[in-house]
Design a protein around this ligand. Structure first.
Ligand SMILES: [Cu+2]
Length: 393
C-alpha cells in the first residue's frame, strides 16, 4: 500500500510539474545569404536568423531575427536548423540555459551545416534578453546573427513584472552595428579588434529608414508604455528622450531593480538590456535619440532617432460605452461593435484628420480588415455615438 501511494504521488507530482510549466516552442533557421538594403539604397550581404516554423518554413533571414516571446515559468524549446555552409549556434544571452544548451562552442556544441538542434531552457525571469550565434562571435554577430527574447511575467503581457503597473503600449529597440567592410568581405575581415562600426541600426534599420512611420513610438497622455532596450553592438549606446516623458527603470538585464528616480537617458553597454515603464506628461511630437560611442576611445560614432509622439487624449478615457472597438491596440483585423439596431456609417481618420477608410457598421459586431500603418487613429460615426481612438501596432 505504501509503495502504491509512493508511485501515485510520484505520478501526481510529475503531472503537476508538467502542468505547471507550459512548453512554448519556436523554429529558427540560420542562413548566410541575407541581402540587406542600406539606407543609401545600396546592398550588402548579411548572415542571420529566420523563421522555420513547419509546415511552411520561410527561406529568408532578417536583422534582427524573429523576436522570441515567452511567459515566465515557460519551458522553452527552440528548434534550430542550420541552412548554411558553416557552423552556427544560438546562445540565449541572460537566460538560464544549462551548459549543453548554452550555444557556446567548446563548452557545448556547434551545429554543423544542414543539421538541427533543439535548444531548451526554462524562463525563470521576466524581462528582455538577446539571442545570438556564438561561433567566431565577433564576426557572426557583426554579420547580423541576433534577435530579441522577451519574457512576459507569469500574468502575461500588459505589465513588465507580476503585479506591476499596467502599460497600454509597448515598444522594443535593439541597437546594433555593421562594419560594412566586413559585410563586403566576411571571408577575411581583418583582426577582430579592428572592427569599426560605420553603419548604426535600431531594430535593423538606420537613419531615415527609422522615419517611415513603422518605427514610431506612439502613446497618449495618461497612458503608460513599456520600452524595452537592448544593445548587441560593440559600442555603448545612450538612449535619450524628452524630459516630459517620465521613465522608470523596472528591470535591468532581466532582473527587477529597486524603485529609482525617473531617468531621461540610459546607457547600454554591449549585451545590456533595460525594461522601462514610461508615460508622457505632455502632448509632444518629438524624438528618442540613440547615440553610439566607440568603447575604445569614447568617440561619438553617430546617432539614430525614432519619432516619439505623445497624443493629448488618453485611449482609455476615450472608450465609450456606446461604440466599442476590440482588440485595442490593433495588430491585424479588428472589430467595431455597433450597439444600435440599425446600421451606421463610419470613417477612420488619422491624427492629421485625413480620412483613410470608411464603410458601414451593421448592428452588432463588425469585423474590419486593417490596412493601416502603425499609429494612432480615430473611428467617427455619422450618428452621435461619439468617436473612438485606437492604435495600430
Ligand atoms: Cu554563426
Amino acid at each position: 500500500m505504501k509503495l502504491f501511494l509512493l508511485i501515485a504521488s510520484l505520478i501526481f507530482s510529475s503531472y503537476i510539474l508538467t502542468w505547471a510549466q507550459p512548453i512554448t516552442e519556436y523554429w529558427l533557421q540560420a542562413r548566410m545569404n541575407g541581402v540587406y538594403e542600406l539606407e543609401n539604397g545600396g546592398q550588402v550581404q548579411f548572415w542571420g536568423f529566420g523563421d522555420n516554423t513547419p509546415p511552411n518554413p520561410g527561406n529568408k533571414v532578417f536583422i534582427p531575427g524573429p523576436t522570441l516571446r515567452f511567459t515566465q515559468g515557460d519551458s522553452a524549446i527552440v528548434h534550430f536548423q542550420n541552412n548554411s555552409p558553416e557552423m552556427h549556434t544560438i546562445h540565449f544571452h541572460g537566460l538560464d540555459a544549462n551548459q549543453a544548451n548554452d550555444g557556446v562552442p567548446h563548452t557545448s556544441l556547434e551545429i554543423a551545416p544542414n543539421l538541427t538542434f533543439d535548444y531548451s531552457f526554462n524562463c525563470t525571469n521576466a524581462g528582455t534578453f538577446i539571442y545570438h550565434c556564438h561561433v567566431l562571435t565577433t564576426l557572426h554577430v557583426a554579420m547580423g546573427m541576433y534577435g530579441l527574447v522577451i519574457v512576459d511575467p507569469s500574468s502575461g503581457p500588459g505589465t513588465l513584472v507580476d503585479n506591476g503597473t499596467s502599460y497600454q503600449q509597448e515598444f522594443s529597440l535593439l541597437s546594433s552595428e555593421f562594419d560594412l567592410d566586413w559585410n563586403n568581405n566576411p571571408i577575411s575581415p581583418g583582426p577582430f579588434h579592428l572592427f569599426e562600426a560605420n553603419y548604426l541600426m535600431l531594430n535593423g534599420k538606420s537613419g531615415t529608414q527609422l522615419h517611415d512611420g513603422e518605427h514610431d513610438i506612439v502613446s497618449s497622455v495618461g497612458d503608460h508604455f513599456a520600452l524595452r532596450l537592448a544593445n548587441i553592438g560593440y559600442g555603448k549606446t545612450i538612449f535619450q528622450w524628452p524630459s516630459s516623458v517620465s521613465a522608470q527603470i523596472i528591470l535591468s538585464d532581466g532582473r527587477p531593480v529597486p524603485t529609482m528616480p525617473n531617468v531621461s537617458e540610459v546607457s547600454l553597454y554591449p549585451g545590456e538590456r533595460y525594461d522601462l515603464l514610461m508615460n508622457g506628461n505632455l502632448a509632444i511630437d518629438s524624438f528618442l535619440t540613440a547615440s553610439y560611442y566607440d568603447l575604445r576611445n569614447l568617440n561619438l560614432i553617430g546617432t539614430n532617432t525614432v519619432p516619439l509622439k505623445i497624443g493629448d487624449v488618453s485611449i482609455t478615457e476615450m472608450e465609450t460605452e456606446r461604440l466599442r472597438i476590440w482588440p485595442n491596440p490593433v495588430t491585424g483585423s479588428f472589430n467595431i461593435v455597433n450597439p444600435q439596431s440599425f446600421s451606421i456609417e463610419y470613417q477612420i481618420i488619422n491624427l492629421e484628420g485625413k480620412e483613410l477608410q470608411h464603410g458601414m457598421l451593421w448592428p452588432g459586431n463588425n469585423k474590419i480588415d486593417c490596412v493601416l500603418d502603425r499609429g494612432i487613429y480615430f473611428v467617427y460615426t455619422t450618428q452621435s455615438l461619439g468617436f473612438l481612438k485606437f492604435m495600430v501596432l
